[in-house]
Design a protein around this ligand. Structure first.
Ligand code: PAF
Length: 288
């Protein structure tokens, strides 16, 4: 089964308006391509909940604060179209850079607060680029629902805040992280890991799980939970942890005492590859 690919904004709009006119609900799955099983779940969920599903594939330059990361990002459009078709997408929107940014952009969306810690601190400008391109995609594809993965929990919190503050008429749907059998979160970046790096990439998952165990066992001082997690990283000399933070799940601000469900999020580098992941943890006798 093949899925049409639109490269022009006018084309995708016309097809979406036509689907709307037929009374179909529109589901949007924004991606940067290099699709894997994690994206597969987003598309399947969108397929189950909408009459017409659009997958977008665009490697957005303005969200990369590191030019070499942008250059190295995998680009696999033919495979992505076949993958989207197999999961039941109705349309792939794959615009060129010229189509998305025909002139120098003067308008950016900054989501204060939620975008500042963690990824915001380590990748300055990243969430400004994400919020801006997602707002553009929401305007280009007038969808009822948009699907995002829990693996990028801070990204989703930023988009949630933007949707609320700017009254975008769209429902955001969060889809659970998909993991390899050993626990590694699926990511487009995993395909850049060498064999030894693939083994060591597990450090992040193990550190997050160590932290989660301690939170769920009742340890309430964030600093000591974090120290236990960092001890896991020290067993993997080849990895460079960037941060491991314990935050409130909506506002993404670090907490000192854990008395309610928290998100534990981390980032590390293994070789040239940067990985992120997170888990939710609920302390015993949680106050919420
Ligand atoms: O999560 C991603 O793949 C990207 O950040 C997104 C949401 C498609 C924006 O470019």
């Amino acid at each position: 089964m093949s899925t049409p690919v639109a490269h022009q904004i006018a084309d995708v709009r016309a097809r979406v308006m036509e689907a709307r006119a037929r009374g179909l609900g529109i589901g949007l799955v924004p991606t940067m391509g290099a699709l894997h099983e994690g994206h597969g779940r987003l598309i399947e969920r969108a397929r189950a909940e909408n009459g017409f599903v659009v997958v977008t594939v665009f490697v957005n330059p303005i969200q990369f604060n590191d030019a070499s990361d942008y250059t190295a990002y995998p680009r696999t459009l033919d495979d992505d179209v076949a993958f989207s078709a197999a999961r039941g997408a109705d349309l792939v929107f794959a615009p060129s850079m010229q189509e998305m940014y025909p002139t120098e952009t003067h308008t950016f969306i900054e989501v204060a607060g939620v975008s500042e810690p963690m990824e915001g601190a380590f990748r300055p400008g990243h969430f400004r680029g994400v919020a801006t391109v997602v707002a553009k995609l929401f305007n280009i594809v007038p969808a009822d629902r948009a699907y995002f993965g829990e693996k990028d929990a801070q990204q989703l919190a930023v988009i949630r805040r933007m949707v609320e503050d700017l009254n975008f008429p769209i429902t955001l749907v969060e889809v659970e992280t998909v993991r390899e059998p050993d626990g590694l979160a699926m990511s487009s970046r995993n395909r850049r890991l060498g064999a030894g790096e693939r083994r060591d990439a597990l450090a992040l998952h193990e550190a997050l799980e160590e932290a989660r165990r301690h939170v769920e066992a009742g340890e309430s001082a964030a600093s000591s939970v974090k120290a236990r997690a960092f001890a896991v990283f020290s067993r993997y000399p080849s990895v460079q942890p960037e941060y491991l933070e314990i935050v409130d799940p909506a506002g993404m601000q670090p907490v000192e005492r854990i008395s309610a469900p928290v998100r534990i999020a981390g980032a590390m580098r293994v070789g040239a590859v940067r990985l992120i992941d997170n888990v939710l943890a609920t302390p015993p006798r949680s106050s919420s």
